[in-house]
Design a protein around this ligand. Sequence first.
Ligand SMILES: [Zn+2]
Length: 303
Amino acid sequence: MVFILSLLFLAYGLQKSKISLEKQFESIKSGTFDFSVVSASSIAKTLNGYIMSLPKENRASTYQEIALKLPDEVKKEMLFLLKISDEKKPSDLLCDRNEMYSMPEEFLRALSLIQQRMPFNLAKPVNNCLLIQYATSDNEMVEAEGLFVFEPGSSTKDKLTIFVSPRYKNQSDLLTAFLLSHETKHAWSYAIKQLKVSGGDMVSKISTSEDCYLDEAEAFTNQLLFISSLNEGEKETLFAIVQSPSSYLLNNQETQSLKNFLVTVGETTSKCNGDGVQVLVCAKNSFLDVVKSSSYYQKQCER
Ligand SMILES: [Zn+2]
């Protein structure tokens, strides 16, 4: 049960990190924060989460307080995030729809759970543009549980198409939400990329295999964040699913994918420590190693 223990440990670390957002802000303000240990985008996301949690009228001044202390790279990322997090703007910039697409109720419930539990669900501004459907059959799924369709035409700014294997019609909302916390992260990254390209950022237009691996690693990290933010009963349910004798006997792909995820998390992140952000960055790097060495993802990313 090593993997469960380390996952709980990680969940504990992440819960603590919610409290330490303020501490991180303070250490940046006082100039004692060591920027070399975390990436610009992680620190920008953390700060953005902190600033967006403040009352609207305090946000600008809070940003001013630290802007001088931030390296340019972080400042650039942050300004971008703040621009899209501003309550008036995300819909205009990322998704022009005012309501959600109609889709099976279980997907709406799963999205609602993700929304309710995750501390900073970055995918929120694109929620109205997510179109989630069951694939007609598993043949369309290329061995995957869920698929976000990147192809131009299938996904656009206002229609981010996700297919879920019809096997999930027999699964609990919790397992579906676990899957969607992965796919919606892909949808979000795609939306951001489109936004950057439309804003003239031509570097974002080129997709390298490295971007592809990174996107996967981030999607897995989002799943980890999702599981970590569940309440105790929900966590227990997920663990019960993988341990149940009937799921062992049936050995279905859905349960298996959760189990593989938990084992991978246990094996790779047991070496991660530090505060919440450091653990997350370390987890992301571990996922990156895993996807890079997986023949399945090599096939997907090296083309
Ligand atoms: Zn993926």
